[in-house]
Design a protein. Sequence first.
Length: 186
Amino acid sequence: MNRYIQQGFTLIEIVIGIVVLSITFSYFTHVLTNSNKFIADPWYQVRASELGSALLNEILAKSFDENSDRVSGTTRCSSADTGAPTCTTAANFGADTNEDSRDDYDDVDDYHGLSSTGGDIIELSMPTNTALVQNYASYQLSVTVIYDADFDGAADGSIGAHKLIQISVTDPIGNQTVFSAYRSNF
């Protein structure tokens, strides 16, 4: 009869166990580290949507063109009406000479080429809320406006009755969200 009963682990079994545990721990650490991105991502998307919607609403509230009648709305630029002024050409889109800030923008194409931070967008509407302005400061926005009479998303070569407004919002982790809307000459 054998008096000695073997108990415990050999050195090889211990080393193999440590290797297996270290691989398992490194895998779980990697999974947990990358999950932070997916937790924050929806939060960034919500803020990007808020910014894009706010700026798009601001733009759509403006007149179709600099040469449109803003008071009564009876005269539209480039219409068949007698004496109607010509709409602004696409080459002249952007802020007019007397428009130094977004406060002065009075028509849709004034926003063409606007590049701003989310903090600047919020600050114009809520200048005293510095905490909110700081929350949006790391977002980037850019605006393009084109004539697009055939609704294909490509710039037309001539003045048309519809302008496509596109706002691109880039969040702090580099995701880009694009908001688009048409403004018609009516």
